[in-house]
Design a binder for this molecule. Structure first.
Ligand code: 5GP
Length: 216
């Protein structure tokens, strides 16, 4: 018997920069084509190979503020001196189609989405580095940022980690494939939640009709 498609999930991945969440996000999307990445808008300049529309939509401050005024964003926040925001349209479409959306956003954005009309679709995961020394090593190795930016991101990490209690799941990234396996398990279980399966009431109605038919 057929059960209607479920409602999509909003999978929020947060962590201090360098804890491996971008790699994790990309691997998650490769694993399941029903998961879409939410591409944010930012006023931060593009780094290295970043392309407009792929990692981010890069805009200037005036454009960003105009979009805030036009209510384009599901959430927006200032992080490391730049503005970042999640355009709402993709999220709305995905949820309705039963597709899942993964967000690589900070704790402020996560809070806003938890308090939005999509609260019941949110699954939030906080990814911790195995140690602060390892976090520092990963940040320096990826060489995107100047040494002063690396220092700035390290200083901010303590504040970001202090929000771990707000998340549904907390994972330690010793090894990315291991964390990925755990995230896959979380997504699989969350998809099966009763409240996320749309046609269950009708399905149970069908089972009851079958009982009735057998009694006659
Ligand atoms: P980065 O500049 O390294 O790509 O990102 C810096 C921080 O901004 C990361 O913690 C990332 O999760 C966060 N971030 C990226 N996009 C968004 C967004 O749309 N909203 C919020 N609130 N944070 C974001």
């Amino acid at each position: 018997m057929f059960v209607d498609p479920r409602r999509g999930l909003l999978i929020i991945l947060s962590s201090p920069s360098g804890a491996g969440k971008t790699t994790l996000t990309n691997k998650l999307v490769e694993w399941d084509s029903r998961i879409t990445i939410s591409v944010s808008m930012t006023t931060r300049p593009a780094r290295g190979n970043e392309q407009d529309g792929k990692e981010y939509f890069f805009v200037d401050d005036d454009t960003f503020l105009r979009k805030v005024g036009d209510n384009v964003f599901l959430e927006h926040a200032e992080v490391f001196g730049y503005r970042y925001g999640t355009p709402a349209r993709l999220v709305e479409n995905a949820i309705e189609d039963g597709r899942d959306v993964v967000f690589d956003i900070d704790w402020k954005g996560a809070n806003q989405i938890r308090n939005s009309r999509y609260a019941s679709s949110v699954v939030s995961i906080f990814v911790l580095p195995p140690s602060i020394a390892e976090l520092n090593r990963r940040l320096r190795e990826r060489a995107f940022d100047s040494p002063s930016m690396v220092g700035h991101r390290m200083e901010k990490s303590k504040g970001e980690i202090s929000h771990w209690l707000d998340y549904d799941y907390v994972l330690i990234n010793h090894e990315v494939e291991q964390v990925l396996d755990k995230v896959k398990l979380i997504v699989q279980a969350e998809r099966m939640k009763r409240t996320r399966q749309r046609g269950l009431r009708r399905f149970i109605g069908g089972l009851n009709s079958e009982f009735e038919a057998r009694r006659q």
